[in-house]
Design a protein around this ligand. Structure first.
Ligand SMILES: Cc1ncc(COP(=O)(O)O)c(C=O)c1O
Length: 414
């Protein structure tokens, strides 16, 4: 997506947190563009909720058309608590669940509770690009930690925290990570790393924000324990969401954490309660016993999408490399050294396929750890939304953009 000029506005009355905001709008992609940029769902995977909606608007009308209880519908909080306990956590009760308008909303609320201007937080390098402007709006600095095939490098984090301590600097307020099918890298953190991370957070008393929307979107292998399930110190705040489990348009997610933390956060929630109608749809869907079969469908469809996209890249652009993600929505492609991901994303858009330049996934370009490589050296492509035919065609369009850069380079050198 590229920016267009907006009307110029005097910015001197804006808040400091708004100073860096870009006034340009987003230019709509061309009409026949294939979208590999966003983590939208495949429309064929979206569940038919007609029956759930009918019941929600008749039997439950006085609940669904009323303000909801601010922490969320009791039935949904119970369902989520049971879901997390089934997933290996112990003793999660409905009081440990706060229903929010999606995981991003949950993240912003956690930031509002914990962050002051001038604080620092830990993020992976790269990290979830939508979280970056949320963090920046709180005026924080970033401690960026590289990842390898086992996830966030906990030794390197331990080293950074130790240096902070010995040099008398304040410790970061929290560690933000996507431990399952990381966005964008696709990496899943190993059990050993999870245990080491939990031990480190307990040693220094630093919160962990575990953002795990793709945990159930697994194509092969078995799940590692969630960070929540390993935590004995009450320092893990888990963000959950129905966006990837059911439908992003429902805008329902949750924060799981100690009750006293959630009791505080709920006072910062200024939306009058998350929408009771969509909460009720989810409860009805779960009570109808449809959830497990739906998750299976999600896994099957996105596995096919992933395989198709991997195959298309391997055949058409073997110069790009990627680790094979065992779940999630994305491929994180490493480009040949000479290829600038920002330029490639722009050229690809002109060819009619939208991708996200890797540079957008690095929180602070001035402090990137050397092992993360150059931020210009990657692009992220989503296989979730496009059809199989569009996946083939989209990779062809990226290939045309890539070859045009190579031809340009050859001409420039001759
Ligand atoms: C890491 C991460 N967190 C959260 C979300 C989803 O947020 P929400 O529940 O607000 O739709 C996504 C979706 O793209 C994501 O990749």
């Amino acid at each position: 997506m590229s920016m267009i000029d907006g009307n110029s506005t005097e910015t001197k009355s804006f808040a400091r947190r708004a100073a860096h905001l870009n006034p340009a709008g987003v230019r709509p992609a061309r009409e026949d563009a294939i979208s590999f940029d966003s983590g939208h769902a495949d429309p064929h995977v979206l569940p038919d909720l007609t029956e759930e909606a009918k019941a929600a608007l008749s039997v439950h009308r006085s609940e669904t058309l009323q303000y909801a209880p601010r922490p969320g519908l009791p039935a949904l909080r119970s369902w989520i608590a049971a879901y997390m306990n089934d997933d290996g956590a112990t003793g999660v009760s409905p009081e440990n669940i706060l229903v929010v308008n999606g995981a991003k909303h949950g993240l912003e609320l956690v930031c509002r509770l914990l962050l002051d201007e001038g604080d620092s937080i830990v993020v992976t390098s790269p990290t979830y690009f939508t979280a970056i402007p949320i963090f920046k709006s709180f005026g924080v600095s970033f401690i960026q930690i590289p990842q390898d095939a086992d996830g966030l490098d906990v030794d390197e984090l331990a080293h950074a925290l130790e240096s902070n301590k010995s040099e008398g600097r304040r410790q970061p307020k929290f560690i933000y990570d996507v431990p399952d099918f990381h966005n964008p890298s696709g990496v899943t953190m190993s059990r050993e790393r999870r245990e080491a991370l939990i031990a480190l957070s307990a040693k220094y008393g630093i919160f962990i924000v575990e953002d795990s929307p793709y945990r159930k979107v697994r194509f092969e292998g078995t799940s590692q324990p969630s960070l929540k399930s390993l935590d004995n110190s009450g320092l893990v705040l888990t963000l959950g969401t129905f966006s990837k489990l059911l439908a992003p348009g429902l805008r329902i997610g949750w924060i799981a954490g100690p009750q006293d933390i959630l009791n505080r956060i709920v006072q910062l929630k200024s939306d009058g309660g998350s929408c009771p109608l969509t909460q009720r749809l989810i409860v009805n869907f779960g009570n109808a016993g449809r959830f497990n079969a739906h998750i299976q469908k999600v896994q099957e469809v996105y596995r096919t999408h992933r395989d198709r996209m991997l195959d298309a890249f391997r055949r058409q652009i073997p110069e790009f490399s990627t680790a094979v993600p065992h779940g999630g929505y994305y491929l994180w492609l490493t480009l040949p050294k000479s290829v600038d991901g920002d330029t490639l994303a722009e050229l690809a858009e002109r060819e009619g396929v939208t991708v996200i330049a890797g540079s957008k996934f690095f929180a602070d370009h001035n402090t990137i750890p050397p092992r993360s490589g150059s931020p210009k050296n990657y692009i992220r492509v989503a296989y979730s939304h496009a059809t199989l035919e569009q996946i083939d065609e989209g990779v062809q369009r990226i290939n045309r953009a890539f070859r045009s850069m190579q031809n340009h380079e050859v001409k420039a050198n001759s």
